[in-house]
Design a protein around this ligand. Structure first.
Ligand SMILES: *Cc1c(COP(=O)(O)O)cnc(C)c1O
Length: 433
């Protein structure tokens, strides 16, 4: 991924494009996504997972970055997608994403969303609770469709990551707890239904993981249940979904190749399947962050610079928590560079802060820049491709910035910047005033 970022004649380039020039052409703040940066991890997965293991599938977790252009890239690459809302499914529908390649997940799917998913004919619904079943059956009858069902379970393992992004532990709003009295009747109900086809089990341990121990612990628990289902219901699980959570590089983390996680998991799944006496289930993964995080960066224009003598120097940018809430939300750390001074010595420690009315609106706390940095310079923050645009807000009525796709020196809008009129378009003066 590093080769996508280059420094030429003192300036930062990304996927062949001059970022200073891009900022001047398209305006800031601006999200930039690299086509080759998105393609690279997808190709790695094709080679080291899909082509290697029979039936293996990759379902990109849309919530990391969901746009029509992203879906178009995935469509061209033959990747599946996972959606967790009617809104994400709507965007997939807009680009005619092949319905059978869409998985619908979510811990509280509304009746309308279930109807939408069944109408579109999604490839899988990932069940997250008993009460979803009657809603799915109702929609199946309405559209005269069968649905493939994967059941999300909570393996009860704690992954070593920030507590806010742990999802696989027992005390979690996600998944179905592993209790015989709960899980077995659900699966029996699916197996017995003429409208439903039971595919298998899904887990999602957490996010930004760099070790495979929690993945293996989780998979072991899933396989215990594959065993129980075989023995007690004579059901052979056809698919096991390992979830997402593969770590991406933000600052000085060392990114692990997908095979570091997946090869040991496949070895384990094959061994356990043999012991249970069933064919090895097809593996599915749902990476989000690791596909798009490093493929993105954000460009800002430097504004006010305030030096509080002996305390700190603040550099203000024209964006902040509205386009990147991750710092305020879970103390995420970023690296970056002054794009137009990329070769100057970084000799000044500053705090990069946003323009939103919250003290937590900080993007980088102790960040080194050249002391010559001044108003009008272009600041780039790296690895902002995941959970940046997708978590953007209109706080302070600031428009959500646009997204430009860069590819081998070419650039084009992927999402145009929001206008003030668009922010206010649904606001009305109540007629009871
Ligand atoms: C968030 C999520 C993912 C993707 O996680 P990343 O850390 O972005 O890879 C995958 N599956 C489920 C169920 C999720 O909730």
């Amino acid at each position: 991924m590093d080769n996508l970022r280059e420094i030429k004649e003192g300036k930062l380039y990304f996927d062949g494009c001059d970022m200073t020039e891009l900022a001047r052409t398209y305006g800031t703040p601006l999200y930039v996504m690299s086509y080759n940066g998105i393609r690279e991890p997808l190709e790695e997965l094709q080679r080291d997972f899909v082509d290697k293991y029979p039936g293996a599938r990759v379902a990109y977790a849309s919530k990391a970055f969901c746009t029509k252009g992203m879906y178009e890239i995935l469509k061209q690459m033959g990747t599946d997608v996972e959606v967790v809302s009617g809104g994400e499914l709507y965007v997939a529908e807009q680009v005619n994403f092949p319905p059978e390649k869409v998985e619908f997940n979510g811990n509280n799917k509304t009746p309308a969303e279930i109807d939408q998913a069944v109408r579109y004919g999604v490839g899988r619904i990932i069940l997250d609770g008993l009460q979803e079943i009657p809603l799915i059956l109702e929609a199946c009858k309405k559209y005269d469709r069968k649905m493939k069902i994967t059941v999300r379970i909570t393996p009860g393992v704690a992954a070593s990551t920030h507590d806010y992004i742990v999802t696989g532990k027992l005390d979690s709003k996600f998944g179905i707890p592993l209790e015989r009295e709960v899980l077995l009747p659900i699966i029996k109900q699916i197996v017995d239904s003429e409208y439903l086809e039971f595919m298998g089990l899904q887990m999602h341990i957490g996010s930004q993981l760099f070790e495979n121990d929690a993945f293996l612990d989780g998979l072991n628990i899933v396989m215990d249940w594959v065993d129980i289902l075989k023995k007690e219901l004579d059901v052979a699980v056809k698919e096991v979904d390992f979830g997402g959570g593969f770590g991406a590089r933000y600052t000085d983390e060392v990114r692990k190749p997908y095979r570091f996680f997946l090869d040991p998991m496949m070895d384990l799944m094959k061994k356990r399947s043999e012991e249970i006496g069933i064919p090895c289930p097809a593996p599915v993964i749902e990476p989000g962050r690791s596909i798009v995080a490093e493929a993105g960066l954000t460009l800002y224009t430097v504004g006010q610079i305030k030096e509080i003598k002996g305390v700190r120097k603040y550099i203000s940018i024209d964006g902040g928590m509205g386009d990147n809430i991750r710092v305020g939300l879970y103390q995420a750390e970023y690296d970056g560079i002054v794009a137009n001074r990329a070769e100057e010595e970084k000799d000044d420690k500053v705090c990069v802060c946003g323009r939103y009315c919250e003290s937590t609106d900080i993007i980088m706390t102790d960040f080194m820049v050249p002391h010559t940095t001044k108003m009008g310079d272009i600041l780039a923050t790296f690895s902002t491709g995941a959970y940046g645009f997708s978590m953007a807000s209109n706080y302070n009525n600031n428009p959500i910035p646009g997204v430009v796709l860069v590819r081998d020196g070419k650039s084009a809008w992927m999402v145009k910047p929001q206008t003030y009129a668009q922010i206010a378009q649904n606001q009305v003066i109540p007629d009871i005033l």
